[in-house]
Design a protein around this ligand. Structure first.
Ligand SMILES: N[C@@H](CCC(=O)N[C@@H](CS)C(=O)NCC(=O)O)C(=O)O
Length: 194
């Protein structure tokens, strides 16, 4: 049995969306987290090493970090077709986008959130991130091309949470429009509050 450790309106919300897209059997355990505004506290019931969310337990195996969980789940449920598996020509692109999210987007967007992207070198990194995402989405409707994937879930969840983290542009809004229409997202939002 898969158990997702979750806090409403957080980085674990997108994992409910992913589990819904996969049609996976899972349960959600809501845990408290220490939020940026000072509300909440680290929850001893949360197995995450830093008491963050998301965390996933799969029959006693703990997986943390959003992109690791996304990759683990799409590999575990390949029939859903939203995470190219080893041997698929799109596997390289899939791994690239997931690693780019964790290694580049998260730190650059954190810097932007904290007002540290007005001057170089963070300004150049922020602009490069924006340019790379825009050019991918100008070329194809989804990050991996013609088909939706878990990479879209991971990246789009940032803009669903805070649209202003990337500059205004129709290509982002049209992409979000396609994703926001997905029934699995609606189901996930209904479950988000626990
Ligand atoms: N790199 C982690 C970040 C997880 C993270 O920062 N989660 C936030 C919620 S959105 C959290 O648990 N904050 C509480 C804390 O840091 O103690 C991931 O992507 O899974």
């Amino acid at each position: 049995m898969l158990t997702l450790f979750h806090a409403p309106k957080s980085r674990s919300t997108r994992m409910i969306w992913l589990l819904e897209e996969l049609g996976a059997p899972y349960e959600v355990k809501v845990v408290d987290i220490a939020r940026r505004d000072g509300v909440g506290a680290k929850d001893p019931a949360n197995p995450h090493p830093h008491k963050q969310v998301p965390a996933l337990l799969d029959d006693g195996v703990l997986i943390s970090e959003s992109v690791a969980i996304a990759l683990y789940l799409t590999d575990k449920f390949p029939a859903a077709g939203i995470g190219p598996v080893v041997g698929d020509p799109l596997r390289g692109s899939y791994l690239t986008w997931l690693a780019y999210y964790a290694g580049v987007l998260e730190p650059v967007i954190s810097a932007h959130f904290e007002g540290r992207t007005a001057t170089d070198p963070m300004k150049a990194q922020y602009e490069a991130l924006d340019a790379r995402l825009k050019s991918a989405l100008e070329a194809t409707p989804y990050l991996l091309g013609e088909a939706f994937s878990a990479a879209d879930i991971v990246f789009a969840s940032l803009l669903q949470f805070a649209r202003e983290m990337l500059p205004a542009h129709a290509v982002y809004d049209e992409w979000l429009g396609r994703l926001n229409a997905r029934p699995a997202l609606a189901r996930a939002m209904a479950k988000d509050a626990g």
